[in-house]
Design a protein around this ligand. Sequence first.
Ligand code: 13P
Length: 252
Amino acid sequence: MARRKFIAGNWKMNTTQSGALALAEGLKDAIGGIDAMDLAVIPPSVYIPAVVEAVKGSRIAVGAQNMYFEESGAFTGEISAAMVQDVGCKYVLLGHSERRHVFGETDELINRKVKKALASGLDVIFAVGELLDEREADKTLEVNERQVRLGLADVSAEEMARVTVAYEPVWAIGTGKTASPAQAQEVHAMIRKLLGDLYDAKVAGATRIQYGGSVKPDNAAELLSQPDIDGALVGGASLKVNDFTAIVKAGL
Ligand code: 13P
């Protein structure tokens, strides 16, 4: 069964209210009618309601960059899965390397969030990836395997239908250094094999694995043509209508 491509733009801590609106409206005009793949934008949480409104009537879905696993209560600064859904998000991004390395999120914390998001009905983009020194120490496969095993612990085969894995080598994020298509394909194939071991061939064959890390209009087509690369999680280039549009069109 062919996997449907999925390209998402992670805006990180960028844009302003008017800039976010202009970006969302520009993307709606440029790519909002594409139905050959799944598309999502992931704005800063305060701009989610405005972006949801702006892309209404298009095929662009909206996601949140983070959430906490508790239902509600004294968790200053956090947002819940129910809140994320309440304002119109389909997706939540969890396990991003900046959450892991800037904010110290552990595999166990990420796993609690993944389980809560899925139980609440959200789809999850679950990100993994090795640091440069881990790659140089030949630990790439080991690190990604650990993050997948622990992050997806107790996630059922049925729930995996709502999980997209994003492989983002940390050394390629925001650095302009992209993993070569062959380097990315190697890790994607390893992750797919691992999903076969953890679940079964059906889950392994159906789960989409996005690549992220300096995806740009000029490298997107080659990355997206690799057999186990099913889409992209785009950072910097997702902040420009023309660049994100070119990346999406490279995947058609
Ligand atoms: P860049 O595309 O800016 O390298 O960011 C990738 C990323 O972290 C997306 O989540």
